[in-house]
Design a protein around this ligand. Structure first.
Ligand code: NAP
Length: 481
């Protein structure tokens, strides 16, 4: 990366941290240092908040068509720089380059969608009870928005927040995850190239706790939008409550994947692989628990084993790789502990179950694709989010039983089921307490649909026109004459 690509962007200036502190960014596939990143904290966050505050008056009154034009210019620049963006995603967080290209495509789709949505922020004229009054309802940007994003989709999680915020007329400050500042920096370079006025979009890197504290304690910041773990989300909710700030939370999940006896076996196994092994199992909507009807457990598990043992593991930058590394050592250890816990409690390994230490793989954080059978509800994999390529298979007998088990979790992000029965399909999608349902579909994410969770998986929705809501306030004007 060139020199300025290690820096933050505050009020139109690329800058090092005020203390000069940097941290090394390492490849999870090779352990090599990619770059040294500026590492700031509270003071830089305050500078960025002030810049966003100063820029708000102009940006929020810029005609929607002009805001849209900026976003369309960003779309064009992202399209021209697709290869660099995908390379950076794969380099810094490890996902296979084919998946990284897919992420760039959807990241662009979000910007394109909200470029269009910017022009459709309508109000209402509601019939009044009086001849001399009119009831107007207008939508206005919520104000300065602070966004905090995770590493697992380092570009699309950023554009899914920043594009609707800018479209609505908000100014923003982003703090990306420490593992993936590079993708955010490239995106901010493109926003700068598109001519976005200074202070409208600011990038802060560094100490998450300090930066979040600056965001939540500033009266200038009106909205916090967060994607990450439920644990950090709860802390932020707490902090944001002091000023009753607007919040959107996209948090953790524990997705059930249910295979009924009438399901197409081949399609359900393929679907499970797509849902479970994408990004090496490190997505919030990844399958965590697989419920298979007792009558088909044996053929289902056999077919799954045959298929996953053919998957190619390695450096995500290689074209032939299906499974990249786990993002860091902490993530790798958590997977190992969860698998060991299952084995200690009586589960059996059907496939995998090891950290790879051989050859090139030994330099990175690689965990084999793994199948556990004889899993029960007491094992950690059955209730704790597994961010890794581990499939725990649990048996079930009846529809009612599996529905209750699937809902027996504080999470409610995504749930999947495979069946050909229409009545069962309707009963299941109505009964599942989840924000996203994949009925015979393992990859439900798409730009026009609302993405978000029930229960402890979050508050609010991103994507489609629903994604504008969180960046708008509703104002009622009673107009007498
Ligand atoms: P995380 O630890 O919660 O980190 C997410 C972001 O929060 C990072 O930018 C992180 O900064 C920051 N952060 C850490 N501690 C903080 C604090 N005390 N105050 C404020 N911010 C803080 O989550 P993760 O492990 O990176 O990401 C995986 C989690 O995200 C999973 O639970 C996954 O399910 C969830 N996720 C949810 C969705 C969704 O749409 N629902 C999408 C993707 C991921 P640092 O990196 O600097 O620590």
């Amino acid at each position: 990366m060139e020199d300025r690509s290690r820096k933050m962007l505050i009020n139109g200036q690329w800058m090092e941290s005020l203390s000069g502190k940097q941290i090394a960014l390492k490849s999870p596939a090779t352990g090599e240092t990619i770059a040294h990143m500026a590492y700031g904290g509270r003071e830089e966050a305050i500078m960025a908040i002030e810049a966003a505050h100063d820029a708000f008056a102009d940006w929020s009154t810029t005609p929607a068509k002009e805001r849209s034009a900026y976003l369309l210019k960003i779309v064009q620049l992202m399209q021209e720089n697709k290869a660099d963006l995908a390379h950076m995603i794969s380099l810094e967080m490890g996902k296979p380059i084919r998946e990284a290209r897919g992420e760039v495509d959807i990241a662009i789709d979000y910007v394109q969608w909200y470029a269009e949505e910017a022009k459709r922020v309508y109000g209402d004229l509601v019939p009044s009870n009086s001849k001399t009054k009119r009831i107007l309802v207008v939508r206005q940007p919520v104000g300065v928005t602070a966004a905090i994003t995770p590493w697992n989709f380092p570009l699309s999680m950023v554009t899914r927040k920043i594009a609707p915020a800018l479209a609505a007329g908000c100014t923003v400050i982003l703090k990306p995850a420490k593992q993936t500042p590079g993708s955010a920096i490239l995106f901010f370079e493109l926003m700068e190239k598109a001519g976005l006025p200074k202070g409208v979009a600011n990038l802060v890197l560094g100490n998450a706790g300090e930066i979040a504290e600056a965001f939540t304690s500033s009266s200038y910041v009106k909205k916090i939008t967060f994607t990450g773990s439920t644990e950090v989300g709860k802390q932020l909710l707490n902090q944001a409550s002091h000023q009753v700030k607007r919040v959107s939370m996209e948090l953790g999940g524990h997705a059930p994947f249910i295979v009924f006896p009438d399901a197409d076996l081949e399609k359900s196994v393929e679907g499970l692989i797509a849902s479970k092994f994408r990004n090496s199992g490190q997505t919030c909507i990844c399958t965590n628990r697989v419920y298979v009807h007792t009558s088909i457990i044996e053929p289902f598990s056999r077919l799954l084993k045959q298929k996953i043992e053919k998957m190619v593991m390695g450096n995500g930058l290689r074209e032939d790789v299906d499974l990249g590394p786990i993002v860091d050592r902490v993530g790798l250890q958590k997977i190992e502990e969860q698998v060991q816990d299952s084995l200690d409690r009586g589960a059996k390994l059907l496939s995998g179950g090891r950290i790879r230490t051989d050859g090139e793989l030994g330099k990175g954080y690689f965990y084999e694709p793994t199948i556990l059978v004889d899993v029960d509800d007491e094992m950690r994999v059955a209730y704790e989010e597994t961010f890794g390529p581990v499939v725990p298979i649990l048996p079930f007998e009846t529809e009612q039983e599996v529905l209750e088990k699937a809902n027996h979790t504080p999470f409610g992000l995504a749930a999947y089921f495979y069946t050909k029965d229409l009545g069962r399909t309707i009963r299941m999608y109505e009964g599942l307490e989840y924000g996203i349902i994949g009925a015979n579909d393992p990859i439900p994410t798409t730009v026009q649909a609302p993405f978000g969770g029930f229960k402890e998986s979050g508050i609010g929705r991103e994507g489609g026109y629903y994604g504008m809501e969180g960046f708008l306030e509703t104002k009622y004007v009673s107009l007498g004459f």
